[in-house]
Write a protein that binds this ligand. Structure first.
Ligand SMILES: NC(=O)c1ccc[n+]([C@@H]2O[C@H](COP(=O)([O-])OP(=O)(O)OC[C@H]3O[C@@H](n4cnc5c(N)ncnc54)[C@H](O)[C@@H]3O)[C@@H](O)[C@H]2O)c1
Length: 268
């Protein structure tokens, strides 16, 4: 039932990390994929690599904070790829600061990307997918929240608050889409730490902040909070995304889906 032939999938922050893996996997399952990112060089390269495998994959510059960039990329998807069926609001950044060290600039920038960016992604997904929109055949939205949105880890105030906000935006999107008959589902993923560039950055920052003597110590502490006793593989996140955006999940809506080896089940 996981078949994306004839579907068009847009991935924000698709140049690297989770986003690039989503792009690769949806393309491998038959979708035409549009990657948007602020890292134009890497985004172009990721899209070219995927297209080299014979899939349809395009890169379009996208700063998720920009309303006009979102209008442009969703219009590109509809006009050049034949529609828009899935939007993955994946772009995000991480900032580790103790409350006493919080800086306005870093926090505002994080909220702009992690919260406003997701709101605008939902806005333009609805505009394109809802009846009368440039695609107009409904679809699915998947937002990247985090286990940090439901658990507490020191020095992650802005990040955790933004991800709790993404969980809320997901419920609101599902509710509003239903009330207005858009034919769009919205869900979010809550992954634990995965060793992407962002995940590795967080491990380094936790050492700098004194939460462990080395990256190995910090990893051990984090793994001790995960009942399965290991970090996840990127394929764990990708498989959840492939399922949630597919027709196999047609009755799953407004959900926050943990991909955390049971971390949130323990209270984190
Ligand atoms: N890696 C983890 O451990 C983890 C865990 C839980 C949730 N997440 C979430 O998953 C998502 C992806 O994380 P990742 O680990 O792949 O991160 P990453 O840093 O490896 O990749 C993020 C991508 O987003 C892009 N990006 C940043 N700002 C942008 C903007 N303003 N507009 C468009 N693109 C922008 C970056 O250029 C990059 O390509 C994020 O929302 C993150 O918060 C990650």
């Amino acid at each position: 039932m996981i078949d994306y032939n004839g579907k068009v999938v847009l991935v924000s922050g698709g140049a690297r990390g989770f986003g690039a893996e989503f792009a690769r996997a949806f393309a491998a399952h038959g979708a035409a994929v549009v990657i948007g990112d602020v890292n134009n060089e890497l985004g172009e390269k990721t899209a070219a690599d995927i297209a080299a495998s014979g899939a349809s994959c395009h890169y379009v510059p996208l700063d998720v904070r920009s309303d006009s960039d979102w209008a442009n990329i969703t219009e590109f998807s509809s006009s050049e790829c034949g529609g828009l069926d899935v939007v993955i609001n994946n772009a995000g950044i991480e900032v580790s600061q103790r409350f006493v060290d919080v800086t306005v600039e870093a926090s505002r920038n994080l909220f702009d990307i992690n919260l406003l960016g997701v709101m605008l992604g939902i806005k333009h997904a609805f505009l394109a997918m809802s009846p009368g929109g440039s695609s107009g055949r409904g679809g699915a939205i998947l937002n990247l929240a985090s286990v940090a949105g439901v658990t507490s880890t020191p020095a992650l105030a802005a990040y955790s608050a933004s991800k709790a906000g993404v969980i809320s935006l997901t419920k609101l999107a599902a509710t509003e889409a239903g009330a207005l008959d858009y034919g769009v589902r919205a869900n979010c993923l809550c992954p634990s730490l995965f060793k992407t560039d962002m995940g590795n950055q967080l491990l380094d920052e936790f050492v700098d902040l004194g939460f462990g003597e080395s990256v190995d110590n910090v990893q051990e502490d984090l793994i001790a909070r995960i009942p399965i006793g290991r970090f996840g593989d990127l394929s764990d996140v990708v498989n959840a995304a492939l399922y949630l955006c597919s027709d196999a999940a047609s009755f799953i809506n407004g959900a926050s889906f943990p991909v955390d080896g049971g971390m949130s089940a323990t209270g984190g």
